[in-house]
Structure formats: structure tokens, C-alpha cells
Design a protein around this ligand. Structure first.
Ligand code: SF4
Length: 212
């Protein structure tokens, strides 16, 4: 598989936020979001090819029970599901962060899926694959990255139409600096939404640093 980087950090944007986590960032992505925070990972130039055993060996050196496979879009690479299964077999809690536009069916059901639903301001509104709803369980998380009021309204409509009864782990994250956390919080509170505000903890701890 084509790996951009492997590193240990603080999980910053899910219900696991705050916990130490090893990240396996795979290279390449099928989208090009206007506010992408990892554009470097979309271009495989600086990535290296690794086998699943090599990735597992490097992950093991960090002595950390939580591993997140991310990207780019990790599910663009067929080996991602095999890596997730191999990590589960070794007792890791495995998270997979995906942009929602690629089929989730190959992932083991014990993988915690953190699934984006892109809003209009990303340039990829409507990219979510509706058949993925069948693969979202109560342990999985659905994330809306909100850049403006249009994204917010679209997210609320999506929740009402598609997420009821699937998972209550719904994350709303503001695109900074376009939308302030305060404004998004005001909207959430005014509408009494049952969602979790996400602030990308790692960007407060290590602003602008890669591999964090
Ligand atoms: S899906 Fe993720 S990695 Fe791909 S362009 Fe969008 S934000 Fe960047």
C-alpha cells in the first residue's frame, strides 16, 4: 500500500478526541475539497510503498492501543480493509476515517468508521454514497465539516432524512477561519441539535505542523 506517514499523536476529531492514537495516513484521494487540511497526502509523490506486515511493525513500535487509518482517502486502496482486519486481530482498536464517497462494505464490522458527509462549500456536496448508510452502526461516527450556513442547513437536513436510528455519534466541525466555533455553537444550541462540536484538538496543540 502507498503510505504517506505513520505517527503518534493526540486524536483530535471524533469521540476518541484527547486519546493517544497512532495514525496511518495513506496517500491519494478521489476528492479535492476546497478546505482540505491534508492536501499533501492527496499527491502520492512523497509517499512510500509498504506491505501490511511492515505497517504493523511500525505501528507496534509506538506502544499505543488505538490506531486510525486515514488519508487522503484510505479506502481508495484495497489493502486498507486488510490492514484494518490485521490490526483488529492483534487487539488494536481500529478507527477508519473516510470521506463517505467510497463503499464501506469491505471493512470488518468491528472497525469504528468515522464517515464524512461533504457539504456544498467543500465542492463535493452530494458525494456521499447512500448505500454506505447500510454499513453505519451505532458505534460509528458521522462527521459534517461546516464551512458556512449552507453547509449547516444541508447537514441538518441530512441528519433528519438519513441518520435517525443509525448512530447518535454525529460530529459538527467548523472550517476555520471561515466559520468561528462560536457561531457554529450558537447555531447548534439555538436549534437544540444533538450533535458533538469538534475543534480538531491537534491544531490547537501543534498549529500548522504536519505529522501531528
Ligand atoms: S476527502 Fe479529505 S483528503 Fe480528500 S480532499 Fe477532502 S478533505 Fe482532503
Amino acid at each position: 500500500m502507498i503510505v504517506y506517514e505513520i505517527f503518534k499523536s493526540i486524536q483530535g476529531e471524533s469521540t476518541y478526541a484527547g486519546l493517544p492514537c497512532v495514525f496511518v495516513r495513506l496517500a491519494g484521494c478521489n476528492l479535492s475539497c476546497s478546505w482540505c487540511d491534508t492536501p499533501y497526502a492527496r499527491v502520492p509523490d512523497e509517499a512510500i510503498e509498504m506491505t501490511i506486515p511492515e505497517v504493523i511493525e511500525e505501528v507496534g513500535a509506538y506502544n499505543c492501543p488505538i490506531v486510525e487509518i486515514t488519508g487522503g482517502e484510505p479506502l481508495m486502496q484495497e489493502e486498507a480493509a486488510g490492514l484494518a482486519a490485521a490490526l483488529l486481530e492483534r487487539g488494536y482498536r481500529v478507527l477508519v476515517e473516510t470521506n463517505g464517497s467510497v463503499c464501506l462494505s469491505a471493512l470488518n464490522e468491528r472497525v469504528v468508521k468515522i464517515v464524512d458527509v461533504k457539504g456544498p462549500s467543500s465542492g463535493h456536496g452530494g458525494s456521499f454514497l447512500l448505500e454506505n448508510l447500510d454499513h453505519i452502526s451505532p458505534e460509528d461516527e458521522v462527521k459534517f465539516v461546516i464551512g458556512d450556513r449552507g453547509d449547516y442547513d444541508a447537514a441538518v437536513r441530512f441528519m433528519e432524512e438519513f441518520l435517525r436510528g443509525r448512530t447518535e455519534k454525529v460530529l459538527f466541525a467548523p472550517v476555520r477561519p471561515q466559520l468561528s466555533p462560536r457561531e457554529l455553537s450558537d447555531w447548534i444550541l439555538r436549534d437544540a441539535l444533538r450533535v458533538r462540536l469538534q475543534l480538531q484538538l491537534h491544531t490547537y496543540i501543534w498549529p500548522g505542523e504536519r505529522g501531528r
